[in-house]
Design a protein. Structure first.
Ligand SMILES: NC(=O)c1ccc[n+]([C@@H]2O[C@H](COP(=O)([O-])OP(=O)(O)OC[C@H]3O[C@@H](n4cnc5c(N)ncnc54)[C@H](OP(=O)(O)O)[C@@H]3O)[C@@H](O)[C@H]2O)c1
Length: 334
């Protein structure tokens, strides 16, 4: 039986996610309903993606008995409210990253998932690409020996997008871009908490972070460094340096389709989209969707690849980076 998806909100990422679902077998994945704040937006989205039900409120989607799991694609200051709405209605949830604005909000979401006994995952899609699976396999086999250093970058000029600039829209480059570098470091070091973290950078006049360099020190003299920026294009690759070799992930490291292991490159092509996409390699969201299906089939409440404790570590480190750079959201003051 197909996993029946409800799509919450009709913005850019919801479009790409729905296109990605179509690259999977229809007998496994179906988008059955969509909800937006305005009914016309939901109706337009449903026509474009051939979805049978369109709702003018998220509450109606939460009440739909034909929905197994809701994909939440609205902007992050509204993730907490949406997550609580759907999970209290006993819906499983895949919520776009960042899961919420700060640790306090993430803890509230994780508590609700446990209380309601529903599946919940932060949509860190990168972790489910075949390239990432291969990286985890190579690390487990100690293919490059002991990892000593990680470097990664994510920088794209995006200051024309209000969502990256305005504080009340969840602006700031860390939660939109830098978190991909951070989650990569956390994945490679297997969820270990760093011994120290140092962030230095520049902010926009709106008070959100624009370009930041972060250095992390782990046990056993292991290091990581990453740079992120919403004002400039960076090389956007990643490298893991071990005692016996290197693993390189060429641009774009957050949606990777090739891998270089000790100089030898392998390609992992993505399927073509049926409609134009808003973001690079958007059809790669198919892998996180399939992970959700597999977890639901197994009766799991969280994914072992992007677990609740992974989300918690990520947001705690993000809070610390923001504290050092001087970014405060209204949600931090509640
Ligand atoms: N995985 C990825 O690669 C990726 C890429 C881009 C973004 N994202 C994440 O996805 C989320 C959405 O990003 P996006 O680029 O798709 O954003 P977007 O198109 O600007 O907005 C998405 C939706 O958020 C709701 N929204 C927008 N402004 C709002 C406001 N002022 N108040 C209340 N709701 C508002 C709207 O929902 P309605 O349709 O219901 O009105 C809108 O359609 C963000 O959390 C972002 O971090 C992930």
């Amino acid at each position: 039986m197909a996993t029946r998806w409800g799509i919450c909100s009709t913005g850019k990422i919801s479009h790409d996610f729905t296109v990605a679902l179509k690259t999977l077998p229809a007998e496994d994945h179906q988008a059955v309903a969509v909800a937006a704040r305005k009914l016309e937006d939901a109706q337009e989205f449903s026509r474009k993606h051939n979805i049978s039900k369109a709702y003018g409120s998220y509450e109606e989607l939460a009440r739909d008995p034909d929905v197994d799991v809701v994909y939440i694609g609205n902007i992050h200051p509204h993730h907490l409210k949406a997550c609580l709405l759907f999970m209290n209605a006993k819906k499983n949830v895949l919520c776009e990253k960042p899961l919420a604005m700060n640790t306090k909000e993430v803890k509230e979401i994780l508590d609700s998932a446990k209380r309601n006994q529903v599946f919940l995952m932060e949509a860190v899609w990168t972790r489910f690409f075949p390239v990432s699976e291969e990286v985890r396999k190579l690390l487990a086999q100690r293919e490059i020996g002991e990892v000593k250093m990680i470097r990664s970058e994510f920088g794209i000029p995006l200051l024309h997008r209000p969502r990256l600039v305005e504080k009340e829209l969840g602006g700031g480059a860390l939660l939109s871009l830098g978190m991909y570098c951070l989650q990569f470091v956390c994945m490679v070091y297997n969820g270990e908490r760093p011994e120290s973290i140092q962030a230095t950078g520049v902010c926009l006049d709106t008070g959100v972070d624009e370009t930041v360099i972060v250095t992390l020190k782990f046990s056993e003299k292991r290091m990581a460094v990453f740079t992120y920026s919403s004002s400039m294009k960076l090389p956007n690759d990643a490298i893991i340096v071990g005692t016996k070799g290197t693993i390189q992930i060429p641009s774009w490291m957050w949606c990777p389709t090739s891998l270089i292991v000790n100089g030898k490159e392998t390609q992992y092509p993505l399927p073509e989209p049926c409609l134009p996409l808003n973001f690079h390699n958007g059809t790669g969201m198919r892998y996180e969707a399939e992970e959700v299906r597999q977890c639901l089939l197994k009766g799991l409440k969280e994914s072992p690849v992007m677990s609740h404790s992974d989300s918690l570590l990520l947001i705690e480190l993000e809070d610390e980076i923001r504290r050092q750079v001087g970014v405060v959201y209204s949600q931090d003051c509640l």
